[in-house]
Design a protein around this ligand. Structure first.
Ligand SMILES: Cc1ncc(COP(=O)(O)O)c(C=O)c1O
Length: 372
């Protein structure tokens, strides 16, 4: 394909993540092992899972369990996918044709941004303002959403900034979409990763009739290896997504869906969410200790959610070059801000063992202190 836009963030990670001593470029927490979180009955149900093709749109039990997380939803609103990534991809494939305009939150996880361009669409940035705690620029919202806009794509809580939208901001986004009849796609994979004292992030589900919410077990549950996610939307749109899903993958993996059903059992879900929050909190404590030693080198706009720190470095260098210096000199992997749409920043994930995070951050500080 000519002018293909690669997924720069995922490409950078997949090139290097297995070849470094410290990988802080990911965006979830240290994941659980299958042995660690299943009891004997659950292991039995995993072993009893048939390995024929599973239900193509997701098992009835899993779709029902997902629907129960949302007020007024039923299994008919849900398509189970291979991670939120596949759900996001199906959204683009279903809604977009060449020439459509797509408005994308920036900085952000650039899957819709790149996919839409690769489909011949025009992508317009909806900026988050670095000088205003990464709040959404509401004046820009009203400017960029126009009658040619087919889709507005939001990530809430945001990756990489960790910002959670206020109710007022959510209403403004819905109003902008309604004004032009655009679809609203909200990637909600960081729901459940809110920091202590921050209320659970409200879903956009129920706020607008043309909304598609996507989510997965990767971030809040620490189960990215399951590769199970979902899209939640109107039954008609769920059918449309399902038609593309048949082409793309047929179905998610049967053993993964069994594990996902287990993860949604109330006690198990709570246990997984608490585990993720504890790991994040310990990592954030280490991060803040470290930042206190980095005055003039690094600064951070505080996040409300995620285990990610989107740190600004105070050096006149491109983020790719800074990340490469850190990787080559210290064997620590971080994500360049340019891969998320914001130069001058690095994305560092702290959702790992506190000692590992402390050592890796110290190494990052040493490398960047030596850069001029
Ligand atoms: C905002 C966002 N959406 C989707 C994904 C992919 O999630 P999944 O593992 O569910 O495919 C990521 C992963 O980093 C992400 O940050």
């Amino acid at each position: 394909m000519t002018n293909f836009v690669p997924f720069a963030l995922e490409h950078y990670q997949s090139l290097h993540e297995r070849n470094v001593a410290y990988n802080l470029a990911d965006s979830s927490v240290k994941c659980v092992t299958t042995r660690e979180w299943l009891n004997e009955d659950e292991i039995e149900s995993l072993l009893d899972t048939g390995l024929f093709y599973p239900e193509v749109n997701g098992t009835t039990a899993l779709r029902g369990g997902i629907a129960d997380l949302y007020t007024g939803a039923t299994a008919a609103n849900v398509l189970v996918t291979v991670g939120a990534s596949q759900a996001n991809s199906m959204v683009c494939q279903t809604l977009l044709v060449p020439g459509d305009e797509v408005v994308v939150m920036t900085p952000g996880y650039r899957q819709i941004w790149g996919t839409a361009q690769n489909m011949g669409c025009v992508v317009r940035d909806l900026p988050l303002r670095a000088d205003a705690g990464w709040r959404i620029d509401l004046d820009a919202l009203d400017r960029v959403v126009n009658p040619r806009t087919k889709l507005v794509a939001i990530v809430n809580p945001n990756n990489p900034t960790g910002t959670v939208m206020t109710r007022d901001e959510m209403l403004r986004v819905v109003a902008a979409c309604a004004r032009v009849g655009a679809w609203l796609h909200v990637d909600e994979v960081y729901h459940g990763t809110e920091h202590p004292g921050v209320a659970d992030t409200p879903t956009f589900w129920g706020m607008y009739d043309r909304v598609i919410c996507t989510n997965s077990f990767s971030k809040a549950y620490g189960l990215s290896g399951l590769r199970v996610g979902w899209a939640l939307t109107t039954p008609d749109m769920a059918e449309e997504l399902w038609r593309r899903h048949e082409y793309a993958v047929i179905a998610a993996a049967a053993p993964s869906m069994t594990l996902a059903e287990i993860a949604l059992k109330p006690a198990k879900r709570l246990q997984l969410l608490q585990r993720q929050r504890q790991i994040t909190q310990a990592g954030l404590a280490v991060l803040h200790e470290w930042l206190a030693t980095q005055v003039g080198v690094f600064s951070l706009q505080p996040a409300q959610a995620t285990s990610i720190a989107f740190v600004r470095y105070h050096r006149e260098m491109l983020s790719y070059d800074v990340a490469e210096a850190i990787r080559q000199q210290a064997s620590v992997l971080v994500a360049p801000g340019s891969t998320l749409g914001a130069e001058g920043h690095l994305r560092i994930t702290v959702g790992y063992e506190a000692d590992k995070v402390r050592t890796a951050l110290t190494k990052i500080g040493q490398v960047v202190a030596g850069l001029r």
